[in-house]
Design a binder for this molecule. Structure first.
Ligand SMILES: [Zn+2]
Length: 462
């Protein structure tokens, strides 16, 4: 039996820890130290949609010409996915827009789509958006426009303030282009439309079309075999251009159930124009192509990022992919967005299958609470070298905000385990570095050649 005084001390420690947890782990020194360590990690961001500086997608027509402004920041965030955002009246003054827009945030205050953007305003502009006044908003708008006169702002925010060393850019607007627009960007081969390519008319843009790609190289596509040969040439072109991985966002269009369809069946339906193609014929073709792409993923050592969860939710549960995952053990599958809301399902898939990684990109922005719980659960179910992160947005402010939001979320999940006595702080710091950086360098070894920030890279003179 314990001495009463020791009992009291033990109880006291327990109550202190319980009180700390009830209070808020973010107020502890443990959290602050872990967060500080995470901030110092030059991050590898596995998923972005950043365009070349002169082609950023959210510039608008203002009284002073084309400009980035406060509207550009919000419209390029995920806020408008669930909240109204007053459109920018072309050529208008800021005050005309703000008169209405200031009321757009009233029902959004607790949402992560809103709160994930706040660190950008607070840390980069010194403004608390929850209490912003019209004068502050007008000033903020002018500062944003001023910052985007040159690309130094974007570089500074991404590489210094957000401390990102490399990011994978998914160019869903130009899927077969592998140019690196920034020294910190690396290309991805987005295969969403290749999977759908049963006929030239399926493609809305030549930028994404293997048929246009073939025409530019004097290749013909008159049969499925020729289509597959062109697809293989695209893979070789991507590899030669240092593409890092594949990406599919088919979950926005169809179910993630991919049956194993024979090549004969795919051959039967290939070449039918979309008007003559039934839905089940198109689905069979895509099922065949998805499995084919899984084989190419293994052959060309391009891990496969697959959008799971929040999309067309009746068919986006990552569990639907398990048969494909099991039948393609050489393919490295990366389940995107933690499969939100199916974060537990995602964990058990990664637990059962060693060819699966979990990418938490976008997850804290969807729901901070789910993301924090997910990091806690995943670390209990899956080795810590199989969890990744990405910010998933289109401008410097969004990238900064979502990176900071993620660092807080990871730090909080780790600090809770440390405070509860379930993890040593030294191990928590190592895990944090793995999630923010090391796991991506291990899964995508080509990235090691592109490092430019770390002392090792500088010593190599890259
Ligand atoms: Zn994305």
């Amino acid at each position: 039996m314990l001495h009463p005084r020791i009992m009291l001390t033990v109880c006291g420690m327990f109550m202190l820890n319980a009180a700390l947890l009830a209070q808020d782990v973010k107020s502890t020194k443990t959290y602050q130290r872990i967060k500080g360590n995470l901030d110092a990690v030059p991050a590898i961001d596995t998923h972005e949609h950043l365009r070349a500086f002169d082609r950023l997608s959210t510039r608008v027509e203002t009284v002073d010409g084309q400009a980035m402004n406060l509207f550009s920041i919000w419209t390029g965030s995920y806020f408008p996915w669930i909240n109204p955002l007053t459109p920018w009246p072309a050529g208008a003054q800021f005050d005309v827009w703000w008169e209405s827009a200031q009321h757009d945030f009233e029902n959004a205050r607790a949402t992560s789509f809103y709160r994930s953007m706040l660190p950008a305003f607070k840390d980069l502009y010194g403004v608390d958006f929850d209490t912003i006044t019209s004068d502050q908003a007008r000033h903020l708008n002018a500062q944003i426009t001023e910052n985007y006169q040159h690309d130094e702002w974007l570089h500074d925010v991404i590489t210094n303030k957000a401390n990102i060393e490399l990011m994978l850019v998914d160019k869903y607007w130009n899927r077969l282009n592998f140019d690196r627009e920034y020294k910190f960007s690396a290309p991805v081969l987005n295969v969403t439309e290749i999977i759908q390519g049963s006929h030239a008319e399926v493609f809305k843009s030549d930028n994404d079309s293997p048929f246009a790609f073939a025409a530019n190289r004097n290749m013909t596509i008159d049969s499925l075999d020729e289509y597959l040969a062109v697809v293989e040439t695209i893979f070789q072109t991507a590899v030669a251009a240092d593409a890092i991985c594949l990406k599919s966002t088919q979950a926005y269009q169809r179910s993630l159930t991919y049956e194993q369809v024979s090549k004969e069946r795919a051959d039967e339906v290939f070449g039918k124009p979309p008007v003559a193609m039934s839905r089940s014929e198109q689905r069979d073709f895509e099922d065949f192509m998805f499995w084919h792409i899984c084989q190419l993923s293994a052959k060309y050592e391009l891990p496969f990022q697959v959008h799971t969860g929040q999309a067309r939710v009746q068919g986006s549960n990552p569990i639907l992919l398990v048969d494909v995952i099991e039948s393609n053990p050489q393919t490295k599958f990366i389940l995107f967005h933690g499969g939100y809301p199916w974060v537990g399902e995602t964990a058990v898939i990664a637990m059962r299958h060693k060819n699966v990684w979990i990418d938490s990109c976008w997850l804290p922005t969807l729901s901070y609470t789910t993301a924090k719980r997910a990091y806690g659960e995943w670390l209990e179910a899956v080795p810590s070298d199989r969890i990744l992160w990405g910010a998933d947005t289109v401008h410097a402010e969004g990238i900064y905000a979502m990176t900071e939001f993620t660092r807080r979320c990871v730090a909080e999940a780790l600090a809770e385990k440390v405070v509860r006595g379930e993890l040593l702080e030294v191990h928590a710091n190592r895990i944090g570095r793995q999630i923010m950086r090391d796991n991506a360098l291990k899964l995508f070894p080509k990235l090691n050649r592109m490092l430019w920030k770390t002392p090792e890279a500088q010593r190599r003179g890259t």
